[in-house]
Write a protein of this length. Sequence first.
Length: 312
Amino acid sequence: MSSARGIAVRSCGIAVPEKVLTNDDLAATLDTNDAWITERTGIKERRIGGTTSSLAAEAASEALRRAGLSAEDIDVLVLATTTPDGIAPATASAVQDLLGMRRVGAFDLNAGCSGFMYGLVVSAGLVATGYERVLLVGVDTLSRITDWTDRTIAVLVGDGAGAVVIEARDGQSNLLSHNLHSDGSLRHLLYCEHGGYLWMDGQEIFRKAVRVVVESAEQALSDAGLEADDIALLVPHQANRRIIQAACQRLKIPEDRTAVVIDRYGNTSSASIPLALADALEAGKISDGDLLLLCGFGAGMSWASAVLRWGS
């Protein structure tokens, strides 16, 4: 970041519904089986249920607790989602109320599955203009916009939320580089109309996703003056295990240095990167000062990458 006022990510919290939907559960109603789903997606189970606002509030509360902060310590709430509770008002307003936050800014951001990445950059911009702390939440309840008789979508999606507390720091930002991209001419590849269900051209999304993720990640590394070997952990959007594997191969980042939770949660859209980040933290895969490469892609078609130094 060019500003002398940078950011640090202080904590991470998550929330997922209690209900677990396994591949065998889906096989009871769809023409599929566990082996087929696992081979093509890497998914074994997903969580289903809850509302966007309730999951977001739970994840945000956990992030605040881990940071040792209260709702009163936050200046702005940024909520990245493609599945708001309603058209208006913003779901961020409901989350703000659930958290007991008063007289602070709160708004929704929709960039598809890239939402958390877009939110990270927006949060850094808010800090650069003078805000001290931003609460960023990535949350989606894709089960609400899924036709559960459509095998191409039903096997992929899950519900969940992840939140991080972002705060100001003097000097160089821990967000070392970032880039945001969108190509609206590709919006027909993944969309959902009002009152409709998700539709996706899976093969074309796969081809384009691998290319744009790699290009975006390489740009982020170059802008930060880094090489792939400098990255302690790749934290990608969890859309498909094969996309993650292909990106790892092209970036020359081993899979054992990649955060993967798609087997347990499926594609949770805006929530997938913070879910993977939280899992890696819990497993001790991230230490203070480690360099992380975060990459997202999704409807729009949108994509984004960032290099983030973890810790204060």
